[in-house]
Structures are given as structure tokens and as C-alpha cells.
Design a binder for this molecule. Sequence first.
Ligand code: ADP
Ligand code: MG
Ligand code: ZN
Length: 478
Amino acid sequence: MNSRYEVVIGLEVHVQLTTRTKIFCGCSTAFGQPPNSQTCPVCLGLPGALPVLNRQVVEYAIRAGLATNCRIAPRSIFARKNYFYPDLPKGYQISQFELPICEHGWLNIETEENGPKKIGITRIHMEEDAGKLLHSDGNSSSVDLNRACTPLLEVVSEPDMRSAEEAIAYLKQLHQIVVYLGVCDGNLEEGSFRCDANVSIRPRGQQQLGTRAELKNLNSFRFIKQAIEYEVERQIDVIEDGGQVVQETRLFDADSGVTRAMRGKEEAHDYRYFPDPDLVPLVVTDEWIEQVRGGLPELPAVKLQRYQEQMGLPAYDAGVLSAEREVAEYFDALVARHGNAKLCSNWVMGEVLRSLKEKEIAVADCPVSPELLAGVLQRIDDNTISGKIAKTVFEEIWQTGKTADQVIAEKGLKQVTDSGAIEAILDEVIAANQGQFDELKAGKDKLIGFFVGQVMKASKGKANPVMVNQLIQKKISK
Ligand code: ADP
Ligand code: MG
Ligand code: ZN
């Protein structure tokens, strides 16, 4: 990239909310139903039908606002955004314009090249989605209004990002937060989390912002990065060739990796916003805000820090364990029962996540609950079983749902810590491998591993390995 230019990026993200019903009527929001089967006079935009605000939508907006450090407006209003398109039956979209519910927020992002950085969030407002056009053949199109009136949050950032990498870091963090909060399913491909990227460049040192292009049709993090990078190069070329960037909307074409002009500023809409007379101003009391705040989960960034600073876990472990809420909650529940955080972390990142992935099971449905796993770790700690046998016990619990103690007793897996018994096995092993034992005695130290292995094998993994080692040392020095 040409270093004489600075990249400026501001993002608008549409977050589809997971409420059961739509924002202004009682119709279901379920995905994939027969066309127009989830509609009523309100979401069909029939004259005279009146919208009624879904309280859950407001609560989700407050959650998102609090989690992104926004100020929650005590009073906000809904506005009509007027434009014509066949997927919009009323001829206007109910949105918020002046007085949105959340403003002045921020998120801290971290990138490899620049370290930590604060990204401003201008506003978060509530709005309804439009329907979907179905183009079946060349002659006619149909419209499916199941999606009309589905609740959305629009999260608008300040133009604070300076590279595609920063934009992705911001988006991933925002995505993680709304999924953690349970307000969005986070599915980019299905359009539950959609991003428009505003991109401009300016000569380094210039204060004034350059003219931006707005990129649309970005349905994966990879495409967003690709589209921004392509667009930056394109704008630099335009300017270097003596031209000017024009303000326009551009569509990203994933197949060719380029952005193409869709509509220019001349065609930009005048939305003629005005307050919707059908909806009273929304009043959010301090009590309501505090009640929502009280119900927020611990956020991923806070967990990440707590795992490192209070539990002393490595950054890598903390990152894996905090990335998904269900994993973090499993881990928290385990640590609450078994204090050794690093041992818990190893088991969650190892056996638990690996087995779940292998069997394609969700964490919430893990057959070995944190309680049951804590029972296994307890028996490792008190030397009843070795870490290796513990894996067998884990498998058996997975299959049967029994406790560690039941499995250990039934399968006779208790570790042998009787030094007489171990010594007897060791003597047999030595007798069968006298030649190697003589070499070991003569100084070939690496044969220790061989003897430990043989004893473990002969005891079916049950001999306490530390004791086996000590006994071998004793025999050598005799
Ligand atoms: P609109 O609603 O027409 O898209 P806004 O003023 O609300 O316009 O800006 C939308 C987004 O564009 C915001 O995220 C903002 O940060 C970003 N933005 C505004 N100007 C620029 C610019 N010159 N370069 C990059 N991003 C910009
Ligand atoms: Mg825009
Ligand atoms: Zn409806």
C-alpha cells in the first residue's frame, strides 16, 4: 500500500435480534417458513394498522448499548424513513433518526500491528427490516414479507479505523458481544449480522476526511477485509491518476474480488425523516436500565482479563476459553468446583473441546458436566488415578454418565501406590530385560523411559509413575 495515504473506515452494522416476535406486531420471526405465512396487517403495511413496540427489542437494545459503553437515552423517538421499494409495503421504514436509544459508546480493540485502541460508537438505534424480493423468472417478481418488521439494531461507528485489520478486529469484537448477550445469533451468511463499510483515504497529516465510498454485500469477515483492501487500492489509483473519488455506494463481488459502483450520490435518497405519529416517544427509566445492567453476563473482554490476571492463565488459554460464552461458562463452572485453573483449562481445551468437536455436540449438551469433570480432576489431584487413566475415566463418563468414583471402582482403575506391589512388577520387568537393565546401570540414562513404560504397561497404566521412577533410581544405585 502507498504510505502517503491514510485509510479511514467507519462501519455500519445491522444486528438482527433474536426476539421470538417482530418489532411492531406479534408475528413470528422464525427463519425459512413458507412465503408470507408470518404476516399480519401491521407488517403487511395495510392502511389503518397500528404498530405496537415490542418491549423485548428495547431491552436488547439497552443490553447492547450498555455492553458497548453507550449512554442510554431516557427518551428516544421513532421516525419514518421514506423511500419507495417493493419490499417495503408502507413506503417507509420505521427507524430512529434524531434521539436514538444509545449514543456515545466505544469498544477497545487490539491489533497486532498497533496494539490496543479505542473505537467510538456514534449511535445504536432500533429499526424494522424490509421484506425480500424473489425473482423467479424474467417476467415477474414476488415479495415475501415474512422478514418485514423483523427487529434490527443498527450500530454506527465513528470513522476511527485506519486499516482493514482494525475494521475486522472491531467487527469481531462487536459480533462476539452481541452473541454473548444473546441478542443475535451472529450468522453472517444468513444475514443476521450485516456490515456496510465506509472507506475513504486522505493524504497523511490532513485533518479533513476524504470522500467515502460505502461498500455493501459483505457477508463474511474475509470478504469485508478483501473489499476494504481492494477499495483502498482503487481510491489511491484514482487520486494518483489525477482523478477524484466520488461519493457512492459500491457492491462487492466475491467472485472477482472487486467493488463496483451501484448508485451515486446524485441518486442518493432524501428520506424526509419525521417522527412517526403512530408511536409515542419511548421512555426508559433508570430502574429499567439498572435492571438490564444487573442481568448482563460477564463480557468476553472482562473474562479474558480475569482469566489471565486472577487465574494466571496464559493469554492463549484465556483467549480460547473466553471466545464463546458456553465454553467460558463451562470453564467457570468447573473452576468453581476445582481450584486448579491451569488443570481445568488443559482439560477444557483438550479432552472436552476435542471430544465435542469430534462428535459435533454443543458445549451446552456436553455429556460430561463440569460437576462430573471436577470429580475426575479431584481424583488426579489426590493421586487416585494418573492423568492418563483419567482420560479413560473421562471417556467412560461420557458414555455412561456415571461419576468418576463409580467408574474407577467398577473398572478397577485405582492407581497402584503400594510400593511393594510396584517393586514386584519392576523386578519382573528387569528379569525379562536384564541386558537393557545392565546398560542402564552402566550409565545409559535414556533407558529409564523404557523401564517406566514397561512397568506402566504391565500394570495397565495403574502404577503411580512417580513411584515407578523412584524405584528404578533405587535399583540403579544399588
Ligand atoms: P449515512 O447514514 O449516509 O451512511 P453517516 O454520516 O451516518 O452517513 O455515516 C455513516 C458511516 O460512515 C459512519 O460509520 C461514519 O463513521 C462513516 N464515515 C463518515 N464519513 C466517512 C469518511 N469520510 N470516511 C470513512 N468513513 C466515514
Ligand atoms: Mg450509510
Ligand atoms: Zn405482523
